[in-house]
Ligand binder design. Structure first.
Ligand SMILES: [Zn+2]
Length: 313
């Protein structure tokens, strides 16, 4: 499912990997993790002036056309005041401005709010989460963002076109083949309703990808609890590794379409908030469009199994 070229550098090995279906590539340099630029999460975020806190939420955020916001548990969903999609909604997950440990209910309710806000909007939906400002969140207050566009974003488009092409060429579903291959490859973290693996060609540091047994948003509701339970495991695992900030995207096919696609959820680790504004995205990620990864996916899966106590150190 991917090709690899290994180059000896004298100090270690560089792994150049390329995913066959999409042509996406990355380079993995495990030596670079020794630089240790990611430090403990050191910044406190004040709730002062936060539009998602307390009474500000009703005075500072917009409502849907029917004059309401969607309320599920403590989550509140409304249209994005500054949209960058044809349909763009925001779900505030918690009443608290900062949350150290999310509960199942908080995150499941927020995903339910997102689902409700996106259903019925024609196009390619995704549910997304930038957690903490160093991961791109403009507000520290935890929130999800839902997008629907008539044209899929470039990453979704590559997988949708690739899946369709693969089915034409092989007469089989790409994701079924991927599940089979990955179950033998030693990169699986969890294998319940959703198959979670350390993505062999990561889009970002420590990418963990969940392949859902569905393709469209209208099929998502019964899977929310499974997804959130697994997601909270991943967030705890990241914390164990010292990572607090992350990005998450969950992609769906368009209603009424069958590209031979599986909905999938990718999570990548981001640098912790830090006083120096150190960034983990540089010219390789932003201009060459090829991420430099520090953790071998095979090592990440092994670390996960050791953390869970299912593999000895
Ligand atoms: Zn707040």
């Amino acid at each position: 499912m991917f090709t690899e070229r290994i180059v000896e550098t004298g100090k270690g090995r560089l792994h150049f990997r390329r995913e066959t279906l999409t042509g996406l590539s990355c380079r993995i340099s495990s030596e670079r993790i020794k630089r240790g630029i990611d430090q403990a999460c050191s910044i406190e975020y004040s709730p002062e002036g936060c539009p998602f806190c307390g009474g500000n939420l009703t005075s500072d955020t917009p409502v849907f056309a029917d004059g309401r916001r969607i309320l599920v548990g403590e989550s509140v969903t409304f249209p994005n005041l500054y949209p960058f999609a044809e349909w763009h909604t925001v779900t505030v997950i918690s009443r608290e401005h900062t949350v150290s440990t999310f509960s199942m209910e908080q995150v499941a309710d927020a995903f339910t709010g997102q689902l409700e806000s996106l259903e019925g909007h024609d196009g390619y939906p995704s549910i997304n989460w930038n957690f903490l400002p160093s991961a791109g969140a403009s507000l520290a207050h935890p929130h999800l963002q839902g997008l629907v566009d008539s044209i899929p974003s470039p990453l979704a488009a590559r997988y949708l076109a690739g899946s369709e092409e693969y089915r034409k060429e092989h007469g089989r579903n790409y994701w079924d083949d991927l599940r089979k291959t990955e179950r033998r490859a030693g990169r699986v973290l969890m294998d319940g309703g959703i198959l979670w693996l350390a993505n062999p060609v990561p889009l970002g540091e420590k990418e963990i990808r969940g392949i859902l047994p569905i393709s469209r948003l209208s099929q998502f509701s019964p899977l929310i609890k499974d997804l959130v339970r697994d997601l909270l495991q991943i967030i705890s695992f990241y914390k164990e590794l010292g990572t607090h900030a992350f990005n998450l995207s969950l992609f769906f096919d368009k209603e009424g379409c069958d590209h031979g696609f599986s909905a999938f959820c990718s999570i990548i680790a981001r640098i912790n908030p830090n006083q120096l504004s150190l960034s983990d995205s540089a010219f390789m990620e932003r201009l060459h469009l090829e991420p430099v990864i520090l953790t071998m996916p095979e090592d990440l899966a092994r670390m996960y199994r050791q953390w869970k106590g299912t593999e000895s150190t």
